[in-house]
Design a protein around this ligand. Sequence first.
Ligand SMILES: Nc1ncnc2c1ncn2[C@@H]1O[C@H](COP(=O)(O)OP(=O)(O)OP(=O)(O)O)[C@@H](O)[C@H]1O
Ligand SMILES: [Mg+2]
Length: 231
Amino acid sequence: MLNVEGIHLYYGASHTLRNVSLNAEPGKITCVLGRNGVGKTSLLRAIMGLKDIQRGRIAWGETEVSRLAPHERARRGFALVPQGREIFPRLSVLENLKTGFAPLPRSLQTIEDEIYELFPVLKSMLGRRGGDLSGGQQQQLAIARALITRPKLLILDEPTEGIQPSIIKDIERVIRKLAERGDMAILLVEQYFDFASALADKFVVMERGEVVLAGDSGAVDEEEVRRYLTV
Ligand SMILES: Nc1ncnc2c1ncn2[C@@H]1O[C@H](COP(=O)(O)OP(=O)(O)OP(=O)(O)O)[C@@H](O)[C@H]1O
Ligand SMILES: [Mg+2]
């Protein structure tokens, strides 16, 4: 289980995360919601070790990871599907997938059939350049690349951003299936409420760097959550 306890993050003098706490359990989908610029990506970067925190603690189970380098967190099973996807446009689909091997010992550097079962479209496009895929296909590739690392914690940063509805449905099915496996904690950042509410076991709502509302999806008032998302 991921435990984020009272973290603070700064960019220079600007205090971007203020006392943020949350947890994410295996088999559950924890959904972080909030408008543009509230600090969602900064929170994910802190969890992955891509940005230092000034106060607070990030732990995986009993082990504090706050000071570990990103590659060390990756080796412990943290994987991020970044906002904007960040696939390599000049590499082929297969080469993009293989970049997911980096944190794995050689014996685990294989692409399991399950990846292609989850994303059949990728199998027919292995030789194509990443940059030639549609936005939705690139998003599927970015998720597949994260899954190749065999994550225990899968973090997705706005996976529906700029994606057409039919592919959003496919991505929703994949995330649900991964959660049902029960061995992976899923932390999903979203602004698209309907997608989030279809999947979330728990909501964490942020505003201006702070958590303003949190709770199990059955227990929080949907209208109140929506109010934090409308401009
Ligand atoms: N590298 C950086 N240097 C300075 N300020 C930054 C940096 N990255 C983000 N910020 C600022 O920190 C705040 C939070 O940004 P962040 O990207 O975490 O928000 P977000 O909730 O992910 O937004 P969005 O929904 O648009 O992706 C914003 O005010 C942003 O301008
Ligand atoms: Mg963001």
